[in-house]
Design a protein around this ligand. Structure first.
Ligand code: NAD
Length: 298
């Protein structure tokens, strides 16, 4: 099946590469020509706009960095909504349920089906085809795209209700944001008290405090001080803000989420929105006057 792919960033590029590898004729677009050229070198065709992609493919996938980018790509003046061939739009981005419902409403008025399908599993999961995909929208459309999405990981059908996949993703990411912020805080505390950070992470991972933050993010990007996990601090803040908006609109308490949100806002102020989110440890290190260094001493 001809597939369009818009947004070839940290997540989109490895996902697009997997689809090319699986033999799908892929037509791609990104506002960065350099990354489009890289995809063309792998076998993709280059498109000139979201509309052009939607003129050339029945199924259009997108992986975009902000709510506004998803809105523009889907429903903007040169958006997917104007395409002649497109039948369905699958948004792999995290945009929250309100924006997903709004986009779904505008696309369905033009007979274009919308599936929201935010993903979890990071760049590693995108590269290995091991993402969790949280899909909501029309069931028959899910069945059409399931074989495509299966190249990227495990598609979970969350609900027919537009935006339900987004709600699921915000729940997941609030947990991930909490685990990373908390693990940074406790490891800095241990180092200040004289513990070795690598020993701490080994113990946590053999004990009841283990999470994806301690199993994956610390060993890969914090202990070696490479800060290159592949998820921007600005995107983490986006997701926590979206969670807070959704929980608040449901009239729910947000004690934990609000505290986690304050931590991430501080990280963004100190380290910048483009910093890797594993930099969350740096303001804590500065406040404590320690460095969490797990590199082997030679
Ligand atoms: P990114 O910033 O690395 O990539 C976004 C890409 O979209 C860039 O290449 C950018 O040039 C392109 N883009 C922006 N506006 C565009 C437009 N109007 N038209 C075409 N292309 C445009 O972001 P990412 O880390 O790949 O994240 C993408 C989405 O996936 C986000 O919603 C993020 O929250 C979500 N996500 C990211 C991760 C991760 O680990 N990075 C994990 C799960 C989910």
């Amino acid at each position: 099946m001809d597939v369009g792919f818009i947004g070839l960033g940290n997540m989109g590029f490895p996902m697009a590469a997997r689809l090319i590898e699986a033999g799908h004729p892929l037509v791609v677009f990104d506002t960065r020509p350099d990354i489009v050229a890289k995809a063309v070198a792998l076998g993709a065709q280059a498109g000139t706009s979201p509309r052009d992609i939607a003129d050339r493919a029945e199924t259009v996938l997108a992986s975009l960095p902000s709510v506004q980018a998803s809105r523009d790509v889907a429903t903007g003046p040169d958006g997917v909504i104007k395409g002649q061939r497109v039948r369905r739009f699958v948004d792999l981005s995290t945009v929250g349920s309100t924006a997903a419902q709004e986009i779904q409403g505008r696309l369905s008025a033009r007979d274009i089906a919308m599936l929201d399908s935010p993903v979890s599993g990071g760049v590693g999961g995108a590269t290995r085809g091991a993402l969790a995909l949280m899909v909501s929208g029309p069931r028959d459309e899910f069945e059409v795209v399931e074989p495509i999405l299966a190249n990227l990981g495990t598609p979970f059908f969350v609900d027919t209700k537009p935006g339900a996949g987004q709600t699921m993703k915000l729940v997941n990411n609030l947990l991930a944001a909490t685990a990373l912020a908390t693990t940074c805080e406790v490891v800095v505390m241990g180092v200040k008290a004289g513990l070795d950070p690598s020993v701490m992470i080994d113990v946590i991972n053999a004990g009841s405090g283990a999470t994806n933050a301690s199993r994956d993010k610390f060993p890969k990007s914090i202990l070696p001080r490479t800060f290159d996990y592949g998820f921007a601090t600005g995107l983490m803040v986006k997701d926590v803000r979206l969670y807070l908006e959704e929980a608040t609109s449901l009239g729910l308490p947000t004690e934990m989420a609000a505290a986690v949100g304050r931590v991430w806002e501080l990280v963004m102020n100190e380290e910048g929105p483009d910093s890797d989110f594993t930099c969350a440890i740096k303001p804590l290190e500065a406040a404590a006057g320690v460095i969490v260094d797990g590199r082997p001493t030679s």
